[in-house]
Design a protein around this ligand. Sequence first.
Ligand SMILES: NC(=O)C1=CN([C@@H]2O[C@H](COP(=O)(O)OP(=O)(O)OC[C@H]3O[C@@H](n4cnc5c(N)ncnc54)[C@H](OP(=O)(O)O)[C@@H]3O)[C@@H](O)[C@H]2O)C=CC1
Ligand SMILES: O=C(O)[C@@H]1CCC=N1
Length: 275
Amino acid sequence: MKTTFIGAGSMAEAMISGAISNGALTADDIYATNKANSDRLQKLNKRYGIHTGYEIEAMLSDSSIVVLAMKPKDAKDALEKIKEHLSPSSLIVTLMAGVTTHFIEQMTGRSCAIVRAMPNTSAAVGKSATAIAINEHVTEQQKMAALALFSSIGLTKIVKEEQLDAVTGLSGSGPAYIYYVAEAMEQAAEAIGLEKETAKPLIIQTLLGAAEMLSVSEGKAEQLRKGVTSPGGTTEAGIRILEDEKVKQAFVDCIVEATAQSKRLGLPYQNPVKQ
Ligand SMILES: NC(=O)C1=CN([C@@H]2O[C@H](COP(=O)(O)OP(=O)(O)OC[C@H]3O[C@@H](n4cnc5c(N)ncnc54)[C@H](OP(=O)(O)O)[C@@H]3O)[C@@H](O)[C@H]2O)C=CC1
Ligand SMILES: O=C(O)[C@@H]1CCC=N1
């Protein structure tokens, strides 16, 4: 299934790598272009055997899927460049945070089948938590193709487009919150006398194990936490500090604020006429 990536940065690469290694696409199916970085295209061509270049018209013709993988600030330029070459039968898949399907339709000047996605950087290891919103022009076959593409980089949930800001605040930015916890654990390990080489694998395995436990226990986080916490024990003493410092509320506030920022960043893309 011919799939063309407009934008060839880290998210595009994660999807290309996932789709090829999981068999969702072959290297021969994949075309990628960017703004001007030809070295980067050459590297992707060498690494994955995909087609790369700047012949937009040829790349877009007969493309079943066109992935918009540029930053939101570049959306307008990129859409201006590709709109006259877009085939009416192509499915547009957009990865851009905040850029609405309405904006894309306005920019291309016509109704398009669009899947708007919010993956996360764990796509690079096939573990993205991705949510997708599907507009009314997407056919059942296109929906299946999009699900196959995103399943190749991890788990996929279908949501309403208006829920994508919340998804961005929760799981789009989510890996950063977990890295923040890992940073705190690394800092603490040093303070309590553990060498980095000892602490790092212990931290990683603790995060992996906790995630696996959450997964097999159907997500009862509070119950799992209580299972670790012996009365009068070490966990209880540690968690008391987190409660005193209102750390849980700080995480809630963090996700609410990230969601609000996603909404703010999306404002210029509500109506392209106002740009
Ligand atoms: N990083 C993340 O955690 C997440 C990112 N996203 C979304 O994914 C998208 C891509 O992010 P990411 O891969 O990190 O970005 P990168 O900066 O790594 O890549 C952006 C790519 O877009 C290309 N580009 C810019 N302008 C144009 C243009 N006019 N025509 C063609 N290509 C163009 C750039 O080309 P060149 O190098 O030549 O300038 C580059 O290849 C963003 O919209 C982001 O919102 C979504 C979820 C999570
Ligand atoms: O920080 C950001 O704006 C992007 C969107 C989700 C993850 N990174």
